[in-house]
Structures are given as C-alpha cells and as structure tokens.
Design a protein around this ligand. Structure first.
Ligand code: PGA
Length: 254
C-alpha cells in the first residue's frame, strides 16, 4: 500500500524534445540536490522517458511517470504503449484519466478502469484524475459529477488495487486557464472525494489515499493549496515546464 505522503508531479503534456527534457532535468537535479520535502514525479512525453530515466539514476528521489498507457499487455494497438513497457523504461507512476484524454480521445469510465487495473498489476502507481467542467461548477452540480466519476471507475475495485492509486482532483475549468480553484474550493472537493471513497471502500482506505490538486498551480498559490488538510500534493502542468517555477512550487512544501 502506498503511504499517504506528500507528492508533487509535473505533467509535461506534449512538450519537450529529448534535448529540452535533458536540460530541464539537469537543472532540477541541481536545484533539488538536497530537497527531501515530498515525493517528486516527472511525467515527460513517451519519447523522452528513456533518456530522462537514465538521468534520474543519479537522483532516485526524483521519480519517473508516464502520461498515459493502454490496458492491453501487448498486441495490435497502433500508437499505444503498455504498462510493462513503461515499467521496463523505469516508470513508477502513470497518469490515468486526465481530462484532456477524456475530452480529446473519448476515454470512458470503463476504459479508465481497465487502465487502472493494468497499471497496478504491472507495479505502477496510477495518478487517477477526476474533475468537473465549468457548467457543472457554476450550476452547483460538481459534487454529483465527482461522485459519479469516482463510482464509475473505482466501484468494487479490489483494495490492493485501490491502495496503489493517487487520486488527483483537477477541475477542468482550472486546467491551463490561470484560474486555480481557491484553497477553500480545493479543500471542499477533496473532502467530498474522501467522503465518497469512504462510502465506496471504507474509512481506512479513504483516510490513507493521497489526494493531489491540479489546475493552474503556480509558485504563488502552491503553499496555500497545500496547507489544506485534505490536499496531499499537486499535479502541475504549465509551471512544471521551467525549472525555476517547478522548484519554487516544491520548496513551498512544508
Ligand atoms: P496546468 O495543468 O497546471 O497547466 O493548469 C494541470 C494539468 O493538466 O495536470
């Protein structure tokens, strides 16, 4: 079972060539040489995973994650990557169900559930993302939306699978918009997610899962978001693409 430790992950999305990735990692390694405030995960694009893995050998405290996987172990799935391929290249984490995957690639709850199962059976920790869009936020339907996303994917999932997951709350209206959830909104949503996890799987697992917030996290708002009792970490997009901003977010972890 994963411990409920603080974790900050950088989701680079479709950014960074191999050379750019190396330069960012080398800067981070220098700036974070003595950092031990939380778990740090970098999620480069597939093409940079192998070279980043090689660089990270000298700083095993910085871990490697992928942004996606296919649930099948292998076969005729042109363009896809399996969980064991990610493990082989050195990944310990994989993002599953990011709203961009749901929106642009039509990923459904049933498919995401398969991905979670495949990831955990290969020894990966999935960073499973949920979050409501703006109309659901504005109409006050966000609690129902979050409950249904959790239930749709996590219902009746075996506890050994569930206990390897990191859950990320990423309101779609906050992703890449510069409009982050306020610390109060993040806390309220995280508390609701924990409550729903408790209803689905019991108090013990609900209190032990790590819950990350993501959506326009910056060095300016990271500390306040992390100060919330149910916010155990951050999933950072844009601000993880520069060493200075990602480092200063990490340094705001107590
Ligand atoms: P952002 O992205 O920090 O650029 O808003 C977050 C994410 O999509 O994980």
């Amino acid at each position: 079972m994963r411990a409920r430790t603080k974790i900050v992950a950088g989701n680079w999305k479709m950014n960074k060539t191999v050379a750019e990735a190396a330069s960012l990692v080398e800067k981070l390694q220098k700036q974070l040489a003595s950092f031990s405030g939380c778990e740090v995960v970098l999620c480069p694009p597939f093409t940079a995973l192998a070279s980043v893995a090689k660089l990270l050998k000298s700083t095993p405290q910085i871990r490697l994650g992928a942004q996606n996987l296919h649930p099948a172990p292998k076969g005729a799935f042109t363009g896809e990557i399996s969980a064991s391929m990610l493990r082989e290249v050195g990944c310990q984490f994989v993002i599953v169900g990011h709203s961009e995957r749901r929106r642009y690639f039509g990923e459904t709850d049933a498919f995401l559930r398969e991905k979670l199962l495949a990831a955990v059976s290969a020894g990966l920790h999935p960073i499973f993302c949920v979050g409501e869009d703006l109309p659901d936020r504005e109409a006050g339907r966000w609690p129902d939306h979050l409950r249904s996303q959790l239930q749709g994917v996590l219902h009746a999932l075996p506890l050994p699978v569930l206990s390897e997951i990191v859950l990320a709350y990423e309101p779609v209206w906050a992703i890449g918009t510069g409009r982050n959830a306020t610390p109060e909104q993040a806390q309220e949503a995280h508390a609701l997610l924990r409550q729903e996890l408790e209803r689905l799987h019991g108090q013990s697992i609900a209190s032990r899962l790590t819950l990350q917030y993501g959506g326009s996290v910056t060095p300016q708002n990271a500390r306040e978001l992390l100060a919330q009792p149910d916010v155990d970490g951050l999933l950072v997009g844009g601000a993880s693409l520069e060493a200075e901003s990602f480092t200063s977010i990490l340094l705001s972890v107590e």
